[in-house]
Design a protein. Sequence first.
Length: 306
Amino acid sequence: MIHSHDLIKNRILIVGANGMLGQRLIGYFQAEKNVELLASSVEEISYNDPSVPYMQIDMSKRESVKNVVYDFYPDYIINAAAFTNVDLCEKERETAWKVNVKGVEYLAETSRIIDTHLIHISTDYVFDGKNGPYAENAKPNPLGYYGRTKLASENALRLIGATNTIIRTNVLYGPVKNGRPDFVRWVVNSLKDGKEIRIVTDQINNPTYLDDLVQAISRIIEFRKQGIFNVGGKEFLSRYDFTLKIADFFRLDKSLIKPIKTCDLHQLAPRPLKSGLVILKAETSLGYMPHSIQDTLVKMKKELAL
Ligand SMILES: NC(=O)c1ccc[n+]([C@@H]2O[C@H](COP(=O)([O-])OP(=O)(O)OC[C@H]3O[C@@H](n4cnc5c(N)ncnc54)[C@H](OP(=O)(O)O)[C@@H]3O)[C@@H](O)[C@H]2O)c1
């Protein structure tokens, strides 16, 4: 990403370092010679390699954000933190707003003051899923509170006027070692244990391999791109078909996968159904090239010894 002749190191602050995306970002940027990295997340105990400097941050508190940002003085902040439990967001609206909107406002305010480039991760849940896949300029219409907070965070970023890039992504999966398993590992573990799993046939997306997203973020830094970018996978398919692909690849018992409809789940938050993200802009202006699902499963099998 960064060339060896660059004399000055890029200082990168990763917020949400303990999360799925955060862990993969740390792994990637840690290996970059010309990057000075600071990991931060709300938990005091981090999963990360102790060789990576770590500071606790609560982005829902302005003082906490100021402490970390002004102390480290980053060139880039990558915000991979959020209140991501979509159903809980319906019940715990105040917390969801504080983290997903106020937290982003605080990051943007501090970024503007010290001229930091803020890269923020958003979601296809800003759309209603009536006519996806969506391009960057499609009109948002979130169905649930999580989507509303994420749309509000995008708007706050633009209003505050810090140098920023918004990346919208969907259905993240990949070789995450700590914390809750990603969708692929959950499917593999459940089927290996002989458990029946009920999977929806009516939610369409282009699932995104975490390391593809990390590559896109790295290119945004390299090319200093601002604005909105969709980052997703190559293939559009239902969650059910994605699950069948996983079972096929790992040679697991597909009869344990039961097709259902989203409405059968009686979840608190409505889901966008016909969703997913058009990735043409990222392909053409970042040279983004996502792997096929098949290739990503090969990588996961190797790295996680699944
Ligand atoms: N997962 C998906 O399928 C998906 C799809 C579309 C978009 N996205 C977006 O992609 C981003 C990354 O998602 P992810 O799945 O990697 O998330 P994740 O695994 O749920 O991790 C989110 C992290 O945010 C941190 N966090 C929560 N509240 C915080 C606070 N007050 N201050 C600081 N950190 C806080 C948590 O830290 P601790 O672990 O320290 O508690 C957690 O590790 C999010 O913006 C999400 O909205 C995700």
